[in-house]
Design a protein around this ligand. Structure first.
Ligand code: ATP
Length: 229
């Protein structure tokens, strides 16, 4: 479960102060799939980065899976993120010089597991995204949809309870985008909590709830199936 209370984020430079988020509070239950929507520059990526502990809020508190990660040292925070959270980005963020197998294994480098266990987990993750036959390819030898599936395998290899996806289909055509969306829905069905930023209303409608942001403020939480609320 993720609980954000009164989160604000201000970016300050010498000349300007930008309030990217103002007093946002929200709870994501275990097993939920939520989408975050809103116009360009409204604070979606900032909110996702703060929820995913990639950036710190200026004000407010965060509770994830019963812990207060903001109280941890940088080293412990990195470990917490590595063990609990997975990330998928619009531009894949794969390392071009490494093979698919090596890219997927990156999050395991920080775990104390044997190389045979790591190999098994990498192969299982790639099997889940249907890319077992591309393990020794380089990212440049894959299509955009396949690259994003590698990024999903990397996100799930450490068995995180929550996946944060920032416009995961933003760089893909509609067919590949649908494939990636189906994959995320499948992972969610298997129990992973997912928080996704998207500009795509159709995709957002497939998720449990839509959080709408405007100008750094949360303007609504829309449940998709009112009968279950
Ligand atoms: N590192 C930064 N320094 C200064 N301002 C920033 C920084 N990151 C974001 N901002 C500002 O914070 C606001 C929110 O940015 P954010 O990237 O979260 O928006 P977004 O909703 O994800 O936009 P988009 O849909 O275009 O990706 C914007 O006004 C942006 O210019």
């Amino acid at each position: 479960m993720i609980e954000l209370k009164n989160i604000s984020k201000v970016f300050r430079t010498d000349a300007v102060e930008t309030w990217a988020l103002e007093n946002v509070s929200l709870t994501v239950e275990e097993g939920e799939f939520i989408s975050i929507m809103g116009p360009s520059g409204c604070g979606k990526s900032t909110l996702l980065s703060i929820m995913g502990l990639l950036d710190l809020p200026s004000e407010g508190t965060i509770n994830i899976n019963g812990s207060n990660p903001l109280s941890l040292s940088d080293k412990k925070l990195a470990k917490f993120r590595n063990q609990h959270l997975g990330f998928v980005f619009q531009s894949f963020h794969l390392i071009n010089d490494l093979s698919v197998r090596e890219n997927v294994g990156m999050p395991l480098l920080y775990r104390k597991i044997s190389s045979s266990e790591a190999k098994k987990r990498i192969e299982e993750a790639l099997e889940k995204v249907g890319l077992s036959h591309r393990m020794d390819h380089k990212p440049s030898q894959l299509s955009g949809g396949q690259r994003q599936r590698v990024a999903i395998a990397r996100a799930i290899v450490g068995n995180p309870s929550i996946i944060f996806a920032d416009e995961p289909t933003g760089n893909l055509d509609s067919v590949m985008g649908d494939e990636v969306m189906q994959m995320l829905l499948k992972l969610n069905k298997e129990g992973t909590t997912i928080v996704m930023v998207t500009h795509d209303e159709q995709q957002a409608k497939m998720t449990d709830r839509i959080i709408r942001i405007f100008d750094g403020r949360q303007v609504s939480i829309q449940a998709q199936n009112l009968e279950t609320v």
